[in-house]
Design a protein around this ligand. Structure first.
Ligand SMILES: [Zn+2]
Length: 266
C-alpha cells in the first residue's frame, strides 16, 4: 500500500510543488502580511529576479549533484553501517519515524550553519535577503546545497533511510520552506494553532530578523518542537515592519553573492 501511494506521490511531486509555489506566490501578493520595502520596483521585481537566479541554479544543480548523492546514499550499505533496521521500522510507521529523524537532523545542520563560520559564509547568502516571500525559499548558495547534500548523504547511509522516505521528506521540506518564508497573512488564530506543531511564517520571519540574537534562533524546518526542546526558540514576536536581513549587512547583486563565501576576511 505504502509503495503504491508513494509511487503516486513521487510521480506528482513536481506538479504538486509547482502548484503550491504558484498558489502562495499569488496569495502573498493578494493578502500580504508585510509591505515590501520601497524603492525596489513594482512588487519588488528586482529582488524577485535576483532570487529567481538562485532558483534556476538550485533546479539546475539538484539533478546533477544533490539527487545523485541522495540516491547513491539511500542505496548504499557499508559493512556494519546500514542494513541494520529492525522489522518494525517499516511501512507507514517507518516513514513517519524517518521524517522525524531527518527533520531532527536538518534542525541541527541548520544550527551548525549558524554556529560554524565556514558554513555561515555560505548560509549567509540566504539570510542577506532584505525581505521575505516565496522567492526567498530556494535562495541558497550552491556551496551550501552541495555541503548539505553530502552531510545528509552520510546520515541517510548511517540510518539506512530508504529512498522513498528521503524523497517524501524532501518534497515536504520544499512545501514547508515555501510556506514559512511566504509573506501570506494568515488569520492570527489559525497561525497560532499551526505554530504549535509546524513552522509558520510568524516563527520563521523571526529567524530572518536583522538582529543577530533572533537570527541565531528558530532553526526548525518542518516541526516546531525541536526549538522548544533544544531551547532555541526566540521570544520575539513578529511584527509587520520588522527589519529583515543580516545585522549591519546589505543585500548584494547575484555575482557578488556567489563570490562572497570565498572572500578573505582580515
Ligand atoms: Zn538560517
Amino acid at each position: 500500500m505504502l509503495d503504491v501511494v508513494s509511487q503516486e506521490l513521487l510521480t506528482w511531486r513536481g506538479a504538486v510543488i509547482a502548484g503550491w509555489v504558484a498558489l502562495l506566490f499569488a496569495a502573498e501578493r493578494w493578502v500580504p502580511a508585510a509591505l515590501a520595502p520601497a524603492g525596489d520596483g513594482w512588487l519588488g521585481w528586482r529582488r524577485v529576479l535576483r532570487n529567481g537566479v538562485f532558483w534556476a541554479m538550485t533546479f539546475g544543480l539538484s539533478p546533477l549533484v544533490v539527487l545523485p548523492i541522495t540516491v547513491a546514499a539511500a542505496g548504499l550499505t557499508i559493512g556494519p553501517v546500514g542494513d541494520w533496521r529492525p522489522e518494525w521500522w517499516g511501512g507507514w510507521w517507518g516513514l513517519a519515524l524517518d521524517i522525524l529523524l531527518l527533520d531532527l537532523f536538518i534542525y541541527w545542520w541548520h544550527r551548525a550553519n549558524h554556529a560554524l563560520p565556514l558554513l555561515w559564509r555560505f548560509h549567509e547568502v540566504h539570510h542577506l535577503d532584505q525581505f521575505l516571500d516565496t522567492t526567498s525559499a530556494l535562495r541558497f548558495h550552491f556551496g551550501e546545497l552541495v555541503l548539505s547534500g553530502l552531510v545528509r548523504g552520510l546520515v541517510i547511509i548511517a540510518a539506512d533511510v530508504p529512498l522513498t522516505s528521503v524523497l517524501v521528506f524532501e518534497g515536504l521540506v520544499v512545501v514547508a520552506t515555501v510556506f514559512h518564508h511566504s509573506n501570506l497573512r494568515l488569520p492570527a488564530r489559525l497561525e497560532r494553532m499551526l505554530s504549535a506543531v509546524i513552522i509558520t511564517p510568524s516563527i520563521h520571519w523571526v529567524h530572518h530578523h536583522a538582529i543577530r540574537a533572533d537570527t541565531d534562533s528558530n532553526y526548525g524546518t518542518l516541526l516546531s518542537c525541536w526549538d522548544r526542546l533544544f531551547a532555541s526558540k526566540s521570544r520575539t514576536r513578529r511584527w509587520a515592519a520588522m527589519p529583515i536581513g543580516v545585522e549591519r549587512e546589505r543585500d548584494l547583486p547575484v555575482g557578488r553573492l556567489l563570490l562572497r563565501p570565498f572572500r578573505r576576511i582580515r
